[in-house]
Design a protein. Structure first.
Length: 365
């Protein structure tokens, strides 16, 4: 059994992907070719955002968003301590300070009730993370941000395709940022990412920054990076996007089956999807007080599992200078200590899923 099955999709649409790659090889426009423009148009239409700008990775999409907002030395950006390091890493790379607020005990996303007290006159942006496939309470976050005229960047690396109050993730704030890393819900065959906005000026800056700050050939009004998505990855995404809606339905059904099968286990919390949310279940993650025992039992049955973000960011050595201690963000610490992700992909068979559930039930019986 695979933790994330990336092979079955290729068996399904591999011939189409190969044919599209061959087209790229024949026209030879390997950087910012026609497929890049086509996928940007289709992704913008999918989310409802006015602009989509593809980039080289999800990390670079966060970095470019902050650069476009002119975040720099002495600034602060508010985010959460329970996420992959790139969220806070890009803030620090620009010389700014990541300011953490704790997460909610239900969705494990930013606790919007703790946001306002973290805002200072140095706050340059707010970056909630849509963890494990569902969005934060974006209306509440946006309302607080608007009060202080602060832009909001949704780190939607794991939630592309999810909805909040009927609107698509990546079109819920000033900027939406996502990743197309292979294991993500919409994953390509390498690195890739995208930025979304309804702001014309920001979209233009995104396009400049991804090509070294270049407005036109040999004219660089701002600093940038080498942050372009290559044409082959765009071609691959065009084919995967065709099957993506069906994959989301399968993810939702698998998530429901897991939750129903594990519902009656004490000492275990299954994911709680927000009232106004749908989830794409980038991972199916539970909280278990006996995590190591469960993980060992799964391993004995050759079932893979992963404890994501088991050391929250405020306790990472690289952020020691921020002065945080154990106990500063208790919800994030609890989730980090108990989280366990089970096999999840649209191509997980029902037989394999039942096997996982039965092993879990046998451990807790």
């Amino acid at each position: 059994m695979q933790f994330i099955d990336l092979k079955s999709r290729h068996k399904l649409i591999g011939d189409k992907i190969s044919a599209h790659i061959q087209k790229v090889m024949e026209h030879g426009q390997f950087i910012l070719g026609p497929e890049v423009r086509e996928i940007e148009q289709k992704l913008a239409e999918y989310t409802g955002a006015k602009h989509c700008v593809t980039v080289s990775s999800g990390t670079d999409s966060l970095l470019i968003s902050l650069m476009a907002l002119e975040v720099g030395v002495g600034d602060e950006v508010i985010t959460v301590p329970y996420t992959w390091i790139s969220t806070a890493e890009v803030i620090s790379l620009l010389g700014a300070k990541p300011v953490f607020v704790d997460i909610r005990p239900d969705t494990w996303n930013m606790d919007e009730t703790m946001l306002e007290v973290a805002i200072t006159d140095k706050t340059k942006a707010i970056m909630p993370v849509s963890i494990y496939g569902q969005c934060s309470d974006m209306d509440a976050i946006n309302a607080i941000a608007e009060k202080y005229n602060i832009p909001v960047i949704e780190d939607a690396a794991q939630s592309f395709g999810a909805t909040y109050k009927g609107k698509k993730s990546c079109n819920l704030s000033t900027i939406g940022s996502t990743s197309f890393f292979p294991s993500k819900p919409l994953g390509c065959y390498g690195d890739g990412g995208a930025l979304f906005t309804n702001d014309d000026e920001l979209a233009e800056k995104f396009r400049w920054i991804r090509v070294h700050g270049q407005e036109r050939k040999h004219h660089h009004p701002i600093l940038g990076i080498n942050g372009r998505m290559d044409t082959i990855q765009a071609a691959i995404l065009l084919e995967i996007l065709d099957v993506f809606p069906d994959e989301i339905k399968k993810r939702e059904q698998l998530g429901k089956t897991y939750s129903e099968g594990l519902a009656h286990l004490d000492d275990l919390e299954t994911p709680r999807i927000g009232e106004h949310n749908t989830s794409v279940y980038a991972q199916y993650t539970i909280l278990a007080r006996q995590r190591e025992e469960i993980q060992q039992s799964l391993k004995e049955k050759e079932i893979p599992s992963v404890s994501y973000y088991s050391v929250p960011l405020h306790l990472q050595p690289v952020f020691n200078h921020l002065g945080h201690q154990v106990g500063n963000f208790p919800v994030a610490e609890k989730v980090a200590n108990q989280c366990l992700s089970l096999p999840m992909s649209p191509y997980l068979s029902i037989e394999d899923q039942i096997t996982v559930i039965n092993v879990m039930l046998s451990v807790k019986s």
